[in-house]
Design a protein. Structure first.
Length: 292
C-alpha cells in the first residue's frame, strides 16, 4: 500500500535519498568533476608566470600557449601515433570480439564456460605484473624470430589488443545474449551460411555493442602510459607519453611552462571528448542493450 501511494504521489519508490538531497549530491559530484577540467582550460589561456604563481582568475587571456605547444613538444607526432595505434586496436578488437562472442553465445562446446570465466578473470590481472614478462618476450624477438618488436607501433598494437580483446568480447557476449536467435534462424532458412548470418544480420544489429567495445578499446590505448613508455622509442611515442614527459620536464625549472602543459592536456583530451559526443547515444544503447 505504501509503495502504491508513493507511485500515485509521484515519488520514486526505489530512490535511496530524498529528491532534494539527491540533487545536492549530484551537484557536488558534478562540481568535483568539472572544476579541475575548467581550471585546466582557464590555465591554458593564462601566461605561464600566472599559472606558476597559482593564480585562478587570469589577468589577461592569451593564445600563445596553444601556438607554442606545437613547437615545444612533438605533440603532433604523438597524436598521430596515438590515433593510428588506438584506431587500429579499436577496429580489430571490435571485429574479433563480435566473432568470438558469436561462437561463445550460439554454440556449445567443451571449455566454453571456462573460457567465459577466463575473460572475466583476465580483467583482474594488474598491468604492472605483466610489464616485465612482456618486455622480455618482445626484447627476445630479434634473437628467436629475427624481428624487432620493441619501439614499433605494431608491437604496441598487439599489446593493447591483448588487453582490449577480453573486455570487448565480454561486452559483445552480453549484447548478443539479448539478440533474438529467430532472426539468425530465418537467415539460415533463406540460404545464408553462418558467416553470412554474422556479416548480414549480427553485425548490423550489434552496432551499438560494437561501438561500445571499440570505444573502450580505444580509450585503453589512449590513456595508457605504462606500456607505451617502455615499449616505444622517441619516434613512436604516443600522446600520453609525450604529455607525461613534457610535464615531468617542467619540475624544478626556472619558469615552468605550466600554461603549455595545460594546453597540451586539453589537446590530448579533445579526441576522446569528441568521440564520446558523437557516439553518446550508441554508448547508452550498447551498455544497456544486452541487459534487456
Amino acid at each position: 500500500m505504501q509503495a502504491t501511494d508513493r507511485r500515485r504521489s509521484g515519488v520514486d519508490a526505489t530512490a535511496i535519498l530524498p529528491p532534494g538531497l539527491r540533487r545536492a549530491v549530484i551537484a557536488v559530484l558534478v562540481l568535483l568533476v568539472l572544476a579541475p577540467c575548467a581550471y585546466i582550460l582557464v590555465a591554458s589561456l593564462m601566461p605561464d608566470i600566472e599559472v606558476a604563481s597559482g593564480a585562478v582568475v587570469p589577468s589577461s587571456v592569451t593564445l600563445e600557449n596553444w601556438v607554442a605547444i606545437w613547437t615545444t613538444v612533438p605533440l603532433a607526432q604523438g597524436l598521430g601515433v596515438s590515433l593510428l595505434v588506438c584506431g587500429v586496436v579499436a577496429v580489430l578488437s571490435a571485429l574479433l570480439a563480435v566473432a568470438t562472442a558469436y561462437v561463445l553465445v550460439r554454440f556449445t562446446f567443451v571449455g566454453r564456460i571456462t573460457f567465459l570465466r577466463a575473460l572475466v578473470g583476465l580483467q583482474s590481472v594488474p598491468g604492472t605484473l605483466l610489464l616485465l614478462p612482456l618486455f622480455v618476450v618482445y626484447a627476445s624477438a630479434p634473437t628467436y624470430l629475427g624481428i624487432t618488436v620493441v619501439g614499433t607501433t605494431w608491437g604496441l598494437m598487439i599489446t593493447y589488443l591483448t588487453f582490449a580483446l577480453p573486455f570487448a568480447t565480454w561486452v559483445m557476449v552480453t549484447y548478443l545474449r539479448g539478440m533474438p536467435v529467430e532472426l539468425e534462424e530465418a537467415g539460415l532458412l533463406d540460404g545464408l551460411s553462418r558467416i553470412g548470418v554474422l556479416r548480414r544480420i549480427v553485425l548490423p544489429l550489434s552496432a551499438p555493442g560494437l561501438i561500445v567495445a571499440a570505444i573502450f578499446s580505444f580509450l585503453l590505448g589512449w590513456n595508457d602510459v605504462l606500456f607505451a613508455s617502455v615499449l616505444t622509442q622517441p619516434r613512436t611515442r604516443t600522446a600520453a607519453v609525450v604529455l607525461q614527459a613534457f610535464g615531468a620536464s617542467q619540475e624544478g625549472g626556472a619558469l615552468p611552462l605550466y600554461g603549455q602543459v595545460m594546453s597540451s592536456a586539453v589537446v590530448c583530451a579533445a579526441p576522446v571528448v569528441v568521440l564520446y559526443l558523437i557516439f553518446q547515444r550508441y554508448l547508452v544503447g550498447g551498455l544497456t542493450g544486452g541487459l534487456k
